[in-house]
Design a protein around this ligand. Structure first.
Ligand code: FPP
Length: 264
C-alpha cells in the first residue's frame, strides 16, 4: 500500500512517543554552496513542521536530537552558531508552544551549555510547564552512554546509602534513574539523510522501537515526510519477541514497550 497522505493513517495506532535524529543539515548547505550553519538555520523550519505535525496527529511525546555530546568537537564557529540558534529558536517559538499547549523539556548534560542557552531554555521550560497537549523534548549535549553512566552512578550511590538493594534491583529502578524517567519509550525512531545508525541516542529507550530511515535531508523534512514515517510504522508488525502466529491469535492488544517504564 502506498502512502497518499495523512488521511491514510489509522488514528487508533499513532505512536505515543516519536524520537528523531535530525541529520543532513551540513550536506544540505554544501549542496547549495552555502556554509553549514545555513543548513542548521533552515533546519528550524523542519523542526516547526515536525512539531506541528506530531501535535496535530496526536503524538504525546516528541524527542529531537538537537546536539550530541560528540557535537562539541565541531569547529568552534559552528558550535557557537548552533548555540545562538537554539537560544533564538526557543525564544521565537515560545508563543507557538503556548498557543498549541506544548510543554518543552530537555535532556542531556545541560550544565555544559553556555549560560545564555541554558537560561533561555530554562525560561521556556518554566513557561510551558503546565501545557498538556504534547511534550517536546530536546536532547541537548546528550549521549546515551553519558546518560547510562550517570544513572549507574546514581544507583550505585543509592545502594551505598542503603536506599536500594543490589539484589532486588529492577528494570524500573534503572528506568527511574534515566533522564527520560516518567516518559514512555519511543515506539518509532526517525533518522533523516540516509544514515542508518543510532549514534548514541536513547540506546535503552529504543530497545523495541521501529526504526525508520529516509534519504530526505533534515532542512527539507516536512509534515508529509513525518506522516509517511508514521504510515510506514503502522505497516510494521511489532512482535516484542513473540511469533507472528502468537500475535494474530491474541485477542488482547499488544503490550506497549512503554510498560517497561516508571510505574511510580
Ligand atoms: C545534524 O546535521 C544536525 C545538527 C547537529 C543540529 C540540529 C539543529 C537544528 C536543526 C537547529 C534547531 C534546533 C531546534 C531544536 C530549534 P549535520 O550538521 O550533522 O549534517 P551533516 O551530517 O550533513 O553534516
Amino acid at each position: 500500500m502506498f502512502f497518499r497522505g495523512k488521511e491514510d493513517l489509522n488514528p487508533n495506532n499513532i505512536p505515543s512517543h516519536v524520537a528523531v535524529i535530525m541529520d543532513g543539515n551540513g550536506r544540505w548547505a554544501k549542496k547549495k554552496g552555502l556554509m553549514r550553519i545555513f543548513g542548521h538555520k533552515n533546519g528550524v523550519k523542519a523542526v516547526r513542521e515536525t512539531v506541528e505535525a506530531a501535535a496535530e496527529i496526536g503524538v504525546k511525546y516528541l524527542t529531537l536530537y538537537a546536539f550530541s555530546t560528540e557535537n562539541w568537537n565541531r569547529p568552534q564557529d559552528e558550535v557557537n552558531a548552533l548555540m545562538d540558534l537554539l537560544v533564538d529558536s526557543t525564544h521565537s517559538e515560545i508563543d507557538t508552544l503556548m498557543k498549541n499547549s506544548i510543554k518543552l523539556e530537555a535532556i542531556g548534560d545541560l550544565d555544559s551549555l553556555p549560560k545564555s542557552t541554558r537560561e533561555n531554555l530554562q525560561k521556556a521550560i518554566d513557561k510551558t510547564r503546565n501545557n498538556s497537549r504534547m511534550t517536546l523534548i530536546l536532547a541537548l549535549s546528550y549521549s546515551s552512554r553519558w546518560e547510562i553512566i550517570k544513572a549507574v552512578k546514581e544507583i550505585a550511590q543509592k545502594c551505598k546509602n542503603g536506599d536500594l538493594n543490589p539484589d532486588t534491583l529492577s528494570e524500573s529502578d534503572f528506568v527511574n534513574a534515566l533522564s527520560t524517567s516518567g516518559i514512555p519509550d519511543p515506539e518509532l525512531m526517525i533518522r533523516t539523510s540516509g544514515e542508518q545508525r543510532i549514534s548514541n541516542y536513547l540506546l535503552w529507550q529504543l530497545a523495541y522501537a521501529e526504526l525508520y530511515f529516509t534519504d530526505v535531508l533534515w532542512p527539507d523534512f516536512r509534515k508529509d515526510d513525518f506522516f509517511k514515517a508514521l504510515f510506514e510504522y503502522q505497516q510494521r508488525e511489532r512482535r516484542f519477541g513473540k511469533t507472528g502466529d502468537q500475535l494474530h491469535a491474541e485477542t488482547k492488544p499488544v503490550p506497549d514497550a512503554s510498560t517497561y517504564n516508571k510505574t511510580a
